[in-house]
Design a protein around this ligand. Structure first.
Ligand code: AMP
Ligand code: ZN
Length: 430
């Protein structure tokens, strides 16, 4: 089927296609050690999944399962068939690693070309990709999609603000792919150069990789004089391209020929009807190297009832409202407070109390870590304290990439925790 047919497919034909693809994904899963063990433990025979509804008989997969099966416990193809790997951002050590065959890369590129086309992008566009390249899926994911569509791609990657501005001016960039926080920051930097961002040729921005509000979108659109499209994805399900807004910008079409979606009650696991808010659970229907069945994204959203005016039949999901775990996204990097805690608690001089404060200044995320030390540290040489601080900054930076501000405090400086400790104070107005 052509993209056009696939995007406007009837519910009946879609369900037929989904079921065919689910059967294929299940068969692939039986080749991966992780699923072999899972199916055995739960006494699951893939042949007993005879309708789409039966997917409910499968247990959920979590990020922790990916970590436990690191590095290749979920791989379902011979190593020689794998052509690429990516990893979830930010985490060190046993992070979540994703593998792709050539068919997977091609299917992913097709899907992203579809996303871009849905926003009205064409081969005439100049696409400046300001997302991180490398292990992060944001950069290379959209890069391949934009090439597939035929755009001129500028792989400028994130950061290096002055060069970004120069490239936008010299090559008359029409579309940017950027995190919302960097879009805000970049607009300020452009203005500081005496340039009005509205005078550049940028017409569209794809904003994703981190949570943001409708108010932030409106602000970015006004600053830049362009349309901003919400883009959602996660590395476990390939990366960007899971759901994307079309020209109507009223929720993201989740591409149901690639992904089977469920919204569940995060506490009970029960599947909720369209319209109700809950946790998004996704099954990849079109991947060879690494089947992903009922993955708990931890992202909170809802299915927007009704049809989109564009005619695409794939249901839309609402802006991500939050997470059901404590994962923070700082400057586009995923950070779990527990990882910061592990760093701190491995340093003998660190006492028992710490606090993480997040702020946003000039569009950039700042992370401030307040750490209580044992009192004997304060009777010693001030130089020791300086060195200790440097060491903590280095170790945290290795973990969270973003430059942290570290403040060392005497014991008792932070509010003592009575009950559930408030470790994170997020002052960012997303
Ligand atoms: P990663 O696997 O590193 O690409 O991170 C994926 C996570 O980033 C998702 O599970 C979401 O929590 C978050 N995310 C990605 N895109 C968006 C978006 N458009 N809005 C809100 N959160 C997003
Ligand atoms: Zn639409």
């Amino acid at each position: 089927m052509l993209h056009r047919e696939l995007e406007t497919v009837s519910k009946k034909d879609l369900e037929k296609l989904q079921f065919e693809r689910l059967k294929k994904s299940l068969a692939a899963a039986t080749k991966a050690p992780y699923y072999q063990k899972l199916f055995k433990e739960h006494n699951i025979h893939v042949d007993s999944i005879r309708t789409l509804e039966h997917i409910k008989d499968l247990p959920f997969v979590t990020k922790n399962d990916l970590r436990l099966s690191y590095p290749d416990g979920m791989v379902a193809v011979p190593k020689s068939d794998i052509v690429r790997m990516h990893a979830s951002s930010g985490t060190t050590g046993k992070s979540t690693v994703i593998f792709y065959t050539m068919n997977d890369i091609n299917a992913w590129a097709d899907l992203l070309a579809r996303c871009m086309a849905a926003t009205g992008a064409t081969r005439e566009d100049v696409f400046q990709n300001m997302m991180g390249y490398g292990l992060f899926t944001g950069g290379l994911g959209l890069h391949y999609g934009a090439e597939r569509l035929g755009c001129l791609v500028i792989p400028s990657a994130s950061g290096n603000t002055l060069r970004q501005i120069q490239l936008m001016q010299d090559f008359r960039t029409t579309i940017i792919h950027i995190t919302p926080s960097y879009a805000l920051h970049l607009a300020e930097e452009i203005a500081a150069q005496g340039i009005n961002p509205r005078d550049l040729s940028v017409k569209k921005a794809y904003l994703g990789a981190e949570p943001y509000s409708e108010a932030t979108r409106n602000k970015i659109e006004a600053q830049w004089g362009m349309h901003a499209y919400n883009s959602y994805g996660l590395s476990e399900l390939n990366g960007p391209g899971v759901a994307f807004e079309c020209v109507h910008r009223c929720g993201m079409h989740l591409w149901e020929d690639y992904y089977y979606m469920e919204i569940i009650n995060p506490d009970t696991g029960e599947v909720l009807p369209d319209g109700e808010e809950g946790e998004l659970v996704l099954t990849h229907l079109n991947r060879e190297a690494m089947p992903m069945l009922r993955y708990r994204t931890r992202d909170l959203t809802r299915i927007i009832p009704g049809q989109c005016a564009c005619g695409r039949t794939h249901r839309r999901i609402d802006r991500i409202k939050g997470r059901t775990d404590d994962m923070l996204i700082v400057g586009g990097v995923n950070v779990f407070p527990s990882q910061i805690e592990t760093v701190l608690m491995n340093i003998p001089e660190v006492g028992n109390n710490y606090q993480i404060v997040l702020d946003r200044e000039g569009g950039l995320d700042r992370i401030h870590v307040k750490v209580e030390l044992y009192s004997k540290m304060f009777s010693g040489d001030i130089k020791n304290i300086d060195n200790l601080k440097k060491m903590i900054v280095e170790r945290l930076r290795a973990l969270i990439v973003v430059n942290p501000r570290v403040e060392l405090l005497e014991p008792g400086s932070l509010p003592p925790s009575t009950g559930k400790a408030v470790r994170v104070i997020d002052n960012r107005k997303l």
